[in-house]
Ligand binder design. Structure first.
Ligand SMILES: Nc1ncnc2c1ncn2[C@@H]1O[C@H](COP(=O)(O)OP(=O)(O)OP(=O)(O)O)[C@@H](O)[C@H]1O
Ligand SMILES: O=P(O)(O)OC[C@H]1O[C@H](OP(=O)(O)OP(=O)(O)O)[C@H](O)[C@@H]1O
Length: 228
């Protein structure tokens, strides 16, 4: 039996169901609205596993699911050396979001990453502690800032409502996902730099550890995908 891990709620779940339906495989939640059980019609030997999108990378790495749908941001953040754990089978064309660095709109002299680096240096000298960036994307933000040679900062963990941390005085800057930009605007924040830290979208991934390669390849073939 192939185990297929899919986000358990919200738009990501609905759009995943639509994506499979367009390829002849009907996924659905069974039981009551609150029960995390699922069924699969139109494919043999495939079991649906409903999971938090944030847990799907770990389940793929452990080989507890053969296939999984989640954002590429979560794969790269949660799996060090992700290429040795998962194979990307298909970008799915939804769940588009950019991981960005943002500062208060009122920081008039801060638009580029160079501006940010110099403000961070001055901040440390002036305040005696490093400028705080609130984020849940620790690995991606560290790697990005290190490549850009920004060093005078500290990360503050924020697992939600990250854009509120600046007004709440627990951080000076944030690194988070944005799509429409509305949450940033509502919290008086602006994006730094020309390009995002990374661009993400929902992706169908195969677990390297889970094995059963022939069965997984047959199912991928049914979906019209090649598995190299
Ligand atoms: N506003 C958004 N627009 C589009 N995609 C988004 C948006 N916010 C988050 N995402 C994407 O959705 C995916 C799931 O994110 P989220 O952090 O909500 O998952 P989660 O932590 O598993 O959620 P939960 O724990 O509430 O189930 C990520 O890949 C993220 O990039
Ligand atoms: O650019 P926008 O379209 O405004 O979307 C961005 C927001 O969406 C996500 O939050 P989500 O609603 O998933 O909640 P979270 O704060 O718990 O991450 C993300 O963390 C941003 O806060």
């Amino acid at each position: 039996m192939i185990r297929l891990g899919v986000p358990s709620k919200g738009r990501l779940m609905e759009q995943t169901f639509d994506w499979f339906a367009a390829r002849g495989v009907r996924l659905s939640r069974s039981g009551s609205e609150r029960e995390y059980a699922g069924r699969v019609d139109g494919a043999e030997n495939v079991a649906l596993v409903l999971l938090s999108a944030g847990e799907i990378p770990r389940e793929l790495r452990a080989g507890r699911i053969h296939l999984g749908v989640t954002g590429t941001d979560l794969i790269r953040e949660k799996l060090a050396g992700w290429r040795s754990h998962v194979q990307e089978l298909a970008p799915m064309g939804f769940g588009h979001a950019d991981l960005i660095l943002a500062v208060p709109t009122c920081w008039a002299d801060c638009d580029s990453l160079d501006d940010f680096a110099s403000i961070a240096r001055d901040f440390r000298a002036e305040h005696g502690f490093r400028l705080r960036i609130a984020t849940k994307y620790h690995r991606l933000v560290r790697a990005y800032l290190s490549a850009q040679e920004v060093a005078d900062y500290q990360l503050v963990d924020s697992q939600g409502a990250t854009e509120g941390t600046v007004a709440n005085l627990t951080a000076e800057a944030i690194a988070d996902i944005t799509s429409s930009g509305e949450t940033l605007r509502a919290n008086h924040l602006k994006i730094i730099g020309d390009a995002p830290i990374m661009r993400s979208q929902a992706t169908l991934l195969r677990s390297v550890a889970a094995g059963d390669t022939d069965q997984v390849a047959a199912f991928a073939g049914q979906l019209g995908l090649a598995m190299s």
